[in-house]
Design a protein around this ligand. Structure first.
Ligand code: P5A
Length: 445
């Protein structure tokens, strides 16, 4: 992308109403604009990151055997009356009447709608297990929307729902989701710790939240530092392997890790003192097992192997896709701006031309731009006729992990400069060597 043809309305000053770094930086870097409290337009740069995260989530869901679909944002109130949640959900639910006076609502989650789809189409245990998911906008009329996309009213969520014949099957689905979520966050360059959590309005017996540690996080958490040293890494996972998923579940959930709602001071005291941590965290996902709560209420049954109809065992699993962008920025920024992990960088390499209109500098920039594009590295070429300081500031603000600077002085010796946004280190090299280096860096991502 050539910056002269892009839409990147960056702001010089921190907007007064943005209190935390990720909110300030998303506004300043031209990623979002507020439309109403907790409701945002996604400008091209923000939208690009949102799509990248969405793609990673899709890939990892499908790797785990989950099936994508799409449900609407608006739902009828009748289904929620069946489950009893129409009244229970309270003021967080945005209620709407259509022209015929029928009650609709903007979905805060989809347990009822998916259960309705399931009960109308699936009759036999032979069609199980089944996990369906979608990535769709949700609305929760939060009392205090704040911190930008972190606690929005309209937000983008991946929500998935498993249907199993019995508790054992559903608990495997639960473990499988935990493993696939760990992979998803690791791929994004994020450390998200699974912690035992409260089930809240979704209900059920088991729940884990995934927390990214950050001082600005809304949740208070208590954990054994051993859990923060774990990673899935490159291990091969067979998501149908019940024992392997159970093993990984045990590995990641045995060390003490709980949010304040489920915190047990006596149990925590048993963690060796030097490993006890209390911190704040951003909840980027949550998984639930709630058995037959919805299938009983909504009569979602299948015939079991012995012919009797039985209610299906279910769970639901959510990732806050739009919130993740805030969490990523909270975990990856400095005083100059965002520092994207390579895997989720909207533009992987920035090119700064220090003498726009100079025959030599322009030619080398074009060569780099075309070379990077051919290599699939999505460069952002700052080809505007502005001063160098402004170009550097923009690149730092929007967080391209790598920058190639092309100026007349370096070119006298045939050199450009490759700078790493995270370490700040620069190295001079030929344009060809810079292309090779970038290709190599991203081969490893
Ligand atoms: C699981 C999927 C559920 O709704 N039903 C379907 C279950 N879980 S949840 O924990 O309530 O939400 C899932 C994730 O969505 C994100 N999230 C939000 N993101 C931005 N703004 C909000 N107001 C908001 N509320 C929830 C969180 O990441 C949460 O883990």
């Amino acid at each position: 992308m050539r910056l002269s043809r892009y839409f990147l309305p960056v702001l010089k000053e921190n907007p007064a109403d943005a209190k935390i770094a990720s909110h300030q930086l998303m506004l300043r870097a031209g990623m979002i604009r507020q439309s109403a409290a907790g409701i945002y337009s996604w400008l091209p740069l923000g939208f690009k990151v949102l799509r990248m995260l969405e793609n990673i989530v899709h890939e990892e869901q499908q790797r785990a055997g989950h099936i994508p679909m799409l449900m609407p944002t608006l739902q009828t109130a009748d289904l929620w009356r069946e489950s009893g949640r129409y009244e229970d959900y309270g003021e967080e639910m945005l209620r709407i009447k259509d022209r015929h006076g029928r009650d609709l609502l903007y979905g805060p989650t989809n347990e009822e709608l998916i259960t309705d789809i399931f009960r109308n189409s699936v009759n036999s245990y032979k069609e199980l297990p089944l996990t369906l998911y979608h990535i769709q906008w949700k609305f929760r009329d939060e009392v205090r929307p704040r911190f930008g996309v972190m606690r929005g009213r309209e937000f983008f969520m991946k929500d998935g729902y498993n249907f199993d014949l019995d508790e054992a099957g559903a608990l495997h689905a639960y473990n499988r989701h935990l493993v696939s979520y760990l992979r998803t966050y690791e791929r994004m360059g994020l450390k998200a710790l699974p912690m035992r959590a409260d089930t809240g309005p979704i209900g059920g017996d088991h729940s884990h939240e995934f927390l990214v540690l950050a001082e600005t996080g809304e949740s208070e958490v208590f954990y054994d530092s051993a859990v923060s040293e774990l990673s899935l890494g490159e291990r091969k996972i067979d998501f149908d392997d019940v024992a392997q998923c159970q093993g990984i579940f045990d590995e990641f959930t045995t060390p003490y890790a709980r949010t304040d709602e489920t915190h047990d001071a006596a149990l925590f005291a048993k963690v060796p003192a030097e490993r006890q941590r209390s911190a704040r965290g951003i909840e980027v996902g949550q998984i639930f097992y709630f058995g037959t709560k919805y299938s009983d209420a909504m009569n979602a049954r299948v015939s079991s192997p012995d012919g009797k109809p039985v209610p299906v065992h279910m769970g639901s699993h959510g990732i806050g896709v739009s919130r993740l962008i805030g969490a990523l920025i909270e975990a990856n920024h400095d005083e100059r701006g965002i520092i994207w992990p390579e895997a989720v960088a909207p533009f992987r390499v920035g090119i700064v031309n220090l003498k726009q209109g100079g025959a030599e500098t322009d030619a080398v920039c074009e060569q780099l731009y075309n070379g990077l594009q051919r290599g699939g590295l999505e460069p952002l070429y700052d080809d505007r006729e502005t001063r160098a300081g402004a170009k550097f500031a923009t690149m730092d603000l929007i967080g391209c992990p790598w920058r190639i600077t092309v100026g007349p002085r370096g070119l006298k010796n045939g050199m450009v400069e490759l700078t790493c946004r995270r370490s700040g280190e620069s190295e001079e090299m030929s344009p060809e060597a810079a292309l090779d280096r970038c290709a190599q860096i991203y081969r490893e991502v």
